[in-house]
Design a protein around this ligand. Sequence first.
Ligand SMILES: [Zn+2]
Ligand SMILES: [Zn+2]
Length: 227
Amino acid sequence: MVEILQGIHQVDGVNANSYLVFEEDGSLTLIDTGMSKDGKKILNYIQTNLSKKPSDLKTIIITHSHVDHIRGAYSVKKSTGAKVVIHTLDADYLSGDKKMPLPKGGVGFLFRILSPFFKSTPVKAEQKVNEGDKIGRLVIVHTPGHTPGSISVYDPQNRLIFVGDTIRYSKGKIEGPPKQFTPDMAEANKSITKISKFDFEILLGGHGDPLKQNGAQKVKDFAMTLQ
Ligand SMILES: [Zn+2]
Ligand SMILES: [Zn+2]
C-alpha cells in the first residue's frame, strides 16, 4: 500500500503509474489505468487496501492515450461503472476512431512489428475535457506535446499535480517526456514551463518516482534549462 499523502494513493505494481484520489464525499477518482492486467490490481487495491466498493470509483481520468496508461481502462470501467474522462484531442485515440502516430525512427519500426501486442480495447469517454475544466476539486490543465491531448491534473487543496508523461522524476532528476515518443518536443517544453507556474509541492508522474518536496521550484529550474 502506497499512501503518498492522506487520501492520495499510488496503486503499487501498476505500470504506467496509476493513482487513486479520495474526493470529499468519500468516492474515488482514478488517474490512469496501466496495462490490461493492471485493471485487476486497481480493483483489488480499492477493495483490499482502501476497504471500498468497486462502485465507489466514480471517475477515471486518463492523462493521455498511450497504451501503458489506457489499457486497464476497459476492465476498470466495466467492473466499476465509473465514467471515463479524457481531453478532447486524445478522445478519438482512446475510442479507436483514430490511430496514434507511431514513434520516430527505429522504435517506430519495432512498434509496427509489435503492434498487435500494443492494441487496447477501445473505450468511449463519457466526458471530454478542456483547459480549466474541473472534476470535483481537480483542475484540468492542457499540457500538449507528448500527445495533442495530454493533460495534467492539479489538486490545489493538496498542492499537488499529476503530470502524466510530460515530466518524469527519476533517481532524483527531472526529465521531459521521452523524445522518441513525443511528436512535438517544442510544445512539450512549453507545457513544462506552464506546469512550473502552478503552486505545488508534490509532483506525480506517469513513470518514475513521486517528487515530494519543492516540486514547482524544481520544475522551474528544469524549465530554465530548456530555453
Ligand atoms: Zn505516453
Ligand atoms: Zn507512459
